[in-house]
Design a protein around this ligand. Structure first.
Ligand SMILES: [Zn+2]
Length: 113
């Protein structure tokens, strides 16, 4: 293919967590990143969730400057905090921190043996 296939758009709105299948809402953060929050409202949560006039779900983390939900915002828990699936492995660290040249799964070149 002459060009890479376009990335599918990030999900937005009520759905299920792809890892633990819990009911979540995909929201867009202020930095335009996709983030899951738990479907149910939770006063102990720190994620202020609202829908904009186009129906897009937006999330804002409560901050020192704006510590309470405003307008139509409702508090939710970030799903990362409640996800029951085991946490994702941290990418890169193993490769980068291995000083001793880990060669698992790699067929070494002649000059590497
Ligand atoms: Zn989950």
């Amino acid at each position: 293919m002459p060009y890479p296939t376009p990335r599918p758009p990030a999900p937005n709105g009520p759905a299920t967590c792809p890892r633990c299948l819990a009911q979540v809402i995909w929201c867009t953060t202020e930095r335009q990143k996709a983030q899951m929050v738990d479907r149910d409202r939770d006063e102990r949560g720190n994620q202020a969730v609202r829908q904009d006039h186009t129906g897009r779900w937006l999330v804002r983390q409560l901050s020192k400057d704006r510590p309470t939900p405003e307008g139509a915002e409702a508090l939710h828990m970030p799903h990362a905090a409640t996800c029951t699936a085991p946490p994702l492995p941290v990418h890169g660290t193993r490769r980068r921190m291995s000083a001793g040249r880990v060669r698992v799964g790699v067929r070494p070149h002649r000059w590497q043996r």
